[in-house]
Design a protein around this ligand. Structure first.
Ligand code: PLP
Length: 399
């Protein structure tokens, strides 16, 4: 394995401190490294592989599309685009979708749509965006500008645009940041990278009401928490608060790089028009075939219902674990997006490493949270195996 690691470090820009394994293949909810060691995957490639690896019907759909065509460009119509578009719009009850290549680009598009909407209304008077502290929306200059974490922004200032930051789940704080120039509020429906913080219902409803009062657009970032992960197809559906613009990516293609921003009727009717926005790859036939297959499989195999079946069991086991271990101080999360707060002398980084040694992939979030975002298809036996491995890792970390 070490020769591939050396080769990577010699040629690939060092922007990640990678864990010392070379992953080669996956099956179900397990992955294997080049030495043949197997890992239970509770990271799912950062909440991407919602269907795990080689889910029945998924590979076949992609292979069939490869045999037809991989790419054409957005100068022409293509069949998978038509199908995937309908599925995303119908699942969200919104109006129009634009496919992108990543989550970051979905955020860029959402911001542009909001600015254009405001520009058409007030000719450039409304341009401020209110975003949340501890949020994460991506690494391009636009997405970074609304990411409320100085750690990611510091070296890249000045940030673009007029962005103000409010505290998540603090309605007063949002009110304080809104001015007559505000065109949009952007937030995750469940904060992921920041440390797995579910949204308070009163807060989401309060922000929605504020936005409606003042014709400010509400952008909900569902890139990590969407696609069934929290027990509804999109996390906002739990609260019945539909955004004006939603962003989606990660599990949208379950492994093929694809994102989307989705507009409601009012925003679609008065924002981006031909010439305003584009992408060469975005929504290409292969990407859209993946999106389409994902929605078909979700429906055929009742994936979201399965999340609701298995999540209470996962929560129960995590609560028990939290009670047993002094260094696990709390559990937070919804559905299959769970976080354990690690403290009392144990560093989450060491715990993630120890879990790897035990054959378990997990991720950190924020400074002190162990994040569990497994494929949505896990069964009780996988929860049990995860707890066993995590407890072995915990005992090797705490003494
Ligand atoms: C991962 C993530 C992004 C960025 O998506 P990329 O595909 O990495 O560009 C944006 N918002 C949230 C909430 C995310 O979790």
């Amino acid at each position: 394995m070490s020769s591939y690691m050396e080769q990577t470090e010699e040629y690939v820009l060092h922007t990640y401190n990678r864990f010392p394994v070379v992953l080669e293949s996956g099956h179900g909810v397990y992955v294997k490294d080049t030495a043949g060691k197997e890992y239970l995957d509770f990271g799912a490639g950062i909440a991407v592989s919602g269907l795990g690896y080689h889910y029945p019907g998924y590979d076949e759909a992609l292979k069939a599309q490869i045999d037809k065509m991989i790419h054409t460009s957005n100068l022409y119509y293509n069949v998978p685009l038509a199908k995937a578009g309908e599925k995303v719009v119908k699942a969200s009850g919104m109006s129009r979708v634009f496919f992108t290549n990543s989550g970051t680009e979905a955020i860029e598009g959402a911001i542009k749509a909001a600015l254009k909407y405001a520009w058409l209304k007030d000719a450039g008077k409304k341009y401020e965006i209110v975003a949340m502290n501890h949020s994460f929306h991506g690494r391009s200059m636009g997405a970074l500008a609304v990411t409320g974490n100085p750690h990611y922004q510091e070296a890249f200032r000045p940030m673009l645009g007029e962005v103000k930051f409010a505290d998540y789940n603090d309605l007063e704080s949002v009110k304080e940041q809104i001015t007559e120039n505000t065109c949009a509020v952007i937030m995750e429906t469940l904060q992921g990278e920041g440390g797995i913080y579910p949204i308070d219902e009163y807060f989401l409803k309060g922000v929605k009401a504020l936005c409606e009062e003042r014709d400010i657009l509400l952008i909900l970032d569902e890139i990590q928490c969407g696609m069934g992960r929290t027990g509804t197809m999109f996390a906002w559906q739990r609260y019945g608060v539909q955004p004006d613009i939603m962003t989606c990516a990660k599990a949208l293609g379950c492994g093929i790089p694809v994102g989307a921003f989705v507009l409601n009727e009012k925003t679609a009717a008065a924002s981006l028009v031909p010439g305003d926005h584009g992408t060469t790859y975005g929504g290409n036939p292969l990407a859209c075939a993946a999106v389409s297959a994902v929605f078909d499989i979700f429906e055929r195999d009742h994936i979201v219902a399965h999340v609701n079946e298995i999540a209470p069991y996962l929560e129960e086991k995590l609560e028990e674990l939290t009670a047993r271990w002094e260094c696990v101080t709390a559990r937070r999360g919804l559905g299959l997006m769970q976080g354990l707060v690690i403290g009392n002398g144990v560093k989450v980084g060491s715990l993630v490493n120890a879990a790897l040694t035990e054959g378990l992939l997990v991720i950190s979030a924020g400074n002190d949270v162990l994040r569990l975002v497994p494929p949505l298809i896990i069964e009780k036996c996988h929860v049990g195996e995860m707890v066993q491995k995590l407890e072995r890792a915990l005992s090797s970390c705490s003494w």
